[in-house]
Design a protein around this ligand. Structure first.
Ligand code: 13P
Length: 255
């Protein structure tokens, strides 16, 4: 059975002590279950300590970014092997903050996705439109470009393990959430697109998370949508009780 996946993206937040405390709370989540996988993506510098705290639990850990080269003179970057080495299973790639603040384009994101897959690290590929793109009716075109370019050269086997996070940029950190209907409409489009790129079995296997101002009070309705397989959570993942509320909603949504 495809598990819901609720993952926290801590972004450039926490310090050593709060990162360890958050990991400890996540480890003892009463709502995480066989139907809901939980995960956390701390800043690089706290990965080892978070991994130590999470050891022996089912909570997954991910990096927030990586570079596509295996090693070498790339000051400030980390490789897929390094993330695996400290206990990561996932890596967030193509997040809108990387695309729009750091200027990453589809080609760079694609190289990273391919390097992650080749190393055995599972990408959480983020896609989503800006507000002006939505208003100009370009949502599907933008999402299609992010996905088809992001997954270029990725085999069917590897694609089945990839997680897609649909994060409309206008909903990130703004308190504005896509309505459950708006989210599901784009998720359906993504599922269909993945079926066209690969096949319907592969498309059905791929988990599509929603991200953008997910909170305990909107999570149940979002997670109950037919094509929503979890959430990538920013702000609310920094508060243990709010994140637990989202995990509980996901558990309820999958019965
Ligand atoms: P918020 O939940 O803070 O809107 O952030 C969403 C996000 O960017 C997760 O990757």
């Amino acid at each position: 059975m495809k598990k819901m996946f609720i993952c926290g993206n801590w972004k450039m937040n926490t310090d050593r002590r709060s990162a360890i405390a958050l990991a400890e709370a996540l480890k003892s989540s009463p709502s995480a279950s066989h139907a809901v996988e939980t995960g956390a993506c701390p800043p690089f510098v706290y990965l080892s300590e978070v991994a130590e705290m999470l050891s022996g639990s089912d909570v997954s850990m991910g990096g927030q970014n990586m570079y596509f080269e295996p090693e070498g003179a790339f000051t400030g970057e980390v490789s897929a092997a390094m993330l695996l080495d400290v206990g990561c299973r996932y890596v967030i790639l193509g997040h809108s903050e990387r695309r729009h603040v750091m200027g990453e384009g589809d080609d760079l994101v694609n190289r990273k996705v391919r390097a992650a897959c080749a190393a055995g690290l599972l990408p959480i590929l983020c896609v989503g439109e800006l507000l002006e793109e939505r208003e100009a009716g370009q949502t599907e075109a933008v999402v299609e470009r992010h996905i088809s370019r992001g997954l270029e050269g990725v085999s069917r086997e590897d694609a089945g393990e990839v997680v897609i996070a649909y994060e409309p940029v206008w909903a990130i950190g703004t308190g504005k959430t896509a309505t459950p209907g708006q989210a599901n409409e784009v998720h359906l489009f993504i599922r269909d697109l993945l079926g066209r790129i690969y096949d319907s079995d592969t498309a059905a296997k791929i988990r599509i998370q929603y991200g953008g101002s997910v909170k305990p009070d909107n999570a149940l309705e979002l997670m109950s949508q037919s094509e929503v397989d979890g959430a990538l959570v920013g702000g609310a993942s920094l508060k243990a009780d709010a994140f637990e509320g989202i995990i509980a909603a996901a558990a309820e949504a999958c019965g």
